[in-house]
Ligand binder design. Structure first.
Ligand SMILES: *Cc1c(COP(=O)(O)O)cnc(C)c1O
Length: 216
């Protein structure tokens, strides 16, 4: 069944954004079905699962890592990952840089900011949007392309709250983009929106949405 997928993709495309189909815990047969329907961007949140699925899907799939990435798992995905959405600490980013260099490639990453009201161990603090660069001098990111930001809103029905949190992420994005730490031409991605809130994300300028259950 790809009807729900086709509807979501049409909506996302019409808004000028890109749909990352989140297929965590879905069987390979489901990814193949979406691939046949034209999907090329797939998101997973477990390194082992991503590696296993990568081996079974065609080579032109773009693999997105979403969700917290443990440093000891970086080497598993470093050879082929297309975009890591969850750059949530300088230590993780340094490890990504190291494994990118070992694979003689550049890895594209997003800086993940914690904008939700919910407690979370993960995500950079939007109160100090540039702090990560102090801990990550240019010599430590020779093999990283920092492409933008990612954030998750609180899981709530309250649209005003979601809007406020996404707006904070957009402000963070703009602050970094206009700073000397990144190349503004490369720093263009705003990964913002999941099944419950991707429409709000699109309204506020998301370039990437990560949608899973709404495709079922
Ligand atoms: C699971 C997940 C998604 C997709 O969630 P749905 O509600 O199923 O759309 C998006 N982003 C992250 C980081 C996730 O872990």
């Amino acid at each position: 069944m790809v009807e729900a997928y086709n509807l979501v993709r049409a909506e996302v495309t019409a808004a000028g954004a890109r749909l990352v189909a989140v297929t965590k815990q879905r069987p390979v047969s489901r990814l193949q079905e979406l691939y046949a329907a034209g999907q090329r961007d797939f998101g997973e949140n477990r390194a082992d699962e991503l590696v296993r699925k990568h081996a079974e899907l065609p080579a032109d799939v773009r693999w997105h890592f979403i969700g917290h990435l443990q440093r000891n798992k970086v080497k598993l995905i470093a050879p082929f990952v297309s975009l890591v959405h969850s750059g949530d600490s300088a230590r993780l980013l340094r490890e990504l840089n190291k494994q990118a260099r070992a694979n003689e490639r550049t890895i594209s990453v997003l800086l993940q900011f914690h904008v939700a009201a919910e407690q979370s161990k993960y995500g950079l603090d939007p109160a100090t949007p540039l702090a990560v660069f102090d801990a990550l001098p240019p010599a430590d990111r020779t093999h990283l392309a920092i492409r933008g930001v990612m954030g998750m809103a609180t899981f709530t029905e309250d649209e005003d709250q979601i809007r406020a949190e996404f707006t904070r992420l957009v402000d963070t994005f703009q602050t970094i983009r206009s700073s000397p730490h990144v190349d503004g031409e490369q720093f263009t991605e705003l990964s913002m929106g999941m099944s419950g809130d991707y429409r709000i994300g699109l309204e506020l300028g998301a370039t990437l949405v990560r949608v899973g259950s709404a495709l079922d």
